[in-house]
Design a protein around this ligand. Sequence first.
Ligand code: HEC
Ligand code: HEC
Length: 231
Amino acid sequence: MTLNNARLVFWVGALVSAAIFGWMTYDFHQQEEKYAHNSKIDEQVVAGKKVWHKYNCNVCHTILGFGAYYAPDMTKAYYRLGENNIISIVMEPEKVYRDSFRKMPNLGVSEEEARNLVRFLHWTADIENRNWPPQDEKYVKAAKMRADQPANVERTDIVLGTCGGCHSFVNQGRNVAGDFSDLARESSFDRTTLIRFMQDPQSVNPDSDMPPQNVTPETAGIIADFILSLR
Ligand code: HEC
Ligand code: HEC
């Protein structure tokens, strides 16, 4: 190859790559609203993001591919856990995770900060990021469809998408508060009590450390039938 040919290859390659990169950057910004719903960023979402930074949650958690892998990925946590669970975990991890070998410290997050965090995690979970992280995708789908089209979702995905943050079933979910196979045998609740326990655990057992679950009576019914079928 002559020196001139080599120069030509270098300049054509560099300019074509720069043009493609420039076009992709422009195209990405054109589609921000469609993928990231920027117009939904309100004061609470911004405040929640600041809470995330204030307590450095990234030291242990990953969000949108950024952070550490010691603790669960937070990108889609809103759909996997729901509002009440996130608030309880963030404000009282020592209670919710008292039987877990891993530890999340109590960082002294106030209730207002926790509520703003939920708004931030809700916005993050709605970003169209081509189903990342993949392990959460079926639970996101279950959370979105469980109320209106439960017949179109796997029952175990409904159960674990709702309760899998603290309970497990056949190697899925996280067993920090009991596996459903054991809970089904040990618990003496009938269907009605089980549904009430999900929605307001403290009304059934005042000492319960389980947070009230954000489920409709219909979803609670599906989950109760699942648990009772394991007896
Ligand atoms: C020192 C490490 C550490 C820090 C800092 C930390 N966490 Fe955690 N977090 C954990 C661990 C570990 C778990 C999982 C506990 C378990 O499975 O027993 C967890 C679990 C969670 C969960 C439940 C996740 C799930 O998928 O079930 C939420 C929500 C959460 N953390 C939110 C936060 C927020 C918000 C912050 C910042 C305010 C934060 N964490 C800071 C270690 C940490
Ligand atoms: C944030 C953690 C968390 C989530 C999410 C969670 N639980 Fe629990 N659950 C607990 C804890 C902690 C206990 C231990 C007993 C107690 O304190 O009541 C428990 C206990 C139970 C028990 C046994 C109660 C008894 O006294 O016999 C049942 C049944 C149960 N959970 C069902 C569910 C169902 C169904 C869901 C989903 C709709 C769910 N849980 C979601 C934390 C959780």
